[in-house]
Design a protein around this ligand. Structure first.
Ligand code: RP5
Length: 164
C-alpha cells in the first residue's frame, strides 16, 4: 500500500523539541492526516530551512506547523518564504519557561502572519487540531472525523467532580 502524500509539515528547531511536537504528530495520526516531520533549525541549518520553505507548496504541503524554543525565529522565517499557513508552537525553554519562545513567535510584524498557539504540549496539540480543521474545509471525511473527535472530547467531561 502506498503511503499518503504528506499534507502537513511539522518542523522543529531541534531534536529536543520532539517531546513537545510529538503531540501535534499524535493528533494528526489520530485524525488520519498524512504529515512529515523534520528538524529544521533557522540558525544551525539555514539552508535546510530555505529549501524546505521554498519547496513546501510545490511538494504538496497545505499547512506547516513550526515549533521552536528560545529565540524562536523558525516559524517567522518559514512564513517569510511561503504563503502556506504557518502555525507556530512556542516550545518551553529552560531559562524563561517558553515566554521567550512565545514572544519571539507571536509578535510578527504586519504582513507575514504566523498563527501562534500556546506554550508547550497544549500548543502542539492545538496546532495539530487547527491544521486538521484547515484541511477539513475541503475534506468532508476529515470534517466528520473532527466532529467525532470533538464529541468524544466533550463526553469525557464528567458533570460532577469525583470526591476524595
Ligand atoms: C531552539 O533552541 C530549538 O527550537 C530548541 O527549542 C532550543 C534548544 O535546542 P537544543 O540546544 O536542545 O538543540 O533552536
Amino acid at each position: 500500500m502506498s503511503k499518503a502524500k504528506p499534507l502537513v509539515g511539522i518542523i522543529m528547531g531541534s531534536q529536543s523539541d520532539w517531546p513537545t511536537m510529538k503531540h501535534a504528530a499524535d493528533i494528526l495520526t489520530e485524525l488520519g492526516v498524512a504529515f512529515e516531520t523534520k528538524i529544521v533549525s533557522a540558525h544551525r541549518t539555514p539552508e535546510r530551512l530555505y529549501s524546505f520553505a521554498k519547496s513546501a507548496k510545490a511538494n504538496g504541503l497545505k499547512v506547516i506547523i513550526a515549533g521552536a524554543g528560545g529565540a524562536a525565529h523558525l516559524p517567522g522565517m518559514t512564513a517569510s518564504m511561503t504563503t502556506l499557513p504557518v502555525l507556530g508552537v512556542p516550545v518551553e525553554s529552560k531559562a524563561l519557561k517558553g515566554q521567550d519562545s512565545l514572544y519571539s513567535i507571536v509578535q510578527m510584524p504586519a504582513g507575514v502572519p504566523v498563527g501562534t498557539l500556546a506554550i508547550g504540549e497544549a500548543g502542539a496539540k492545538n496546532a495539530g487540531l487547527l491544521a486538521a480543521q484547515i484541511l477539513a474545509l475541503a475534506d468532508n471525511a476529515l470534517a466528520g472525523r473532527l466532529d467525532d473527535w470533538r464529541r468524544r472530547h466533550t463526553s469525557e467531561v464528567a458533570e460532577t467532580p469525583t470526591q476524595g
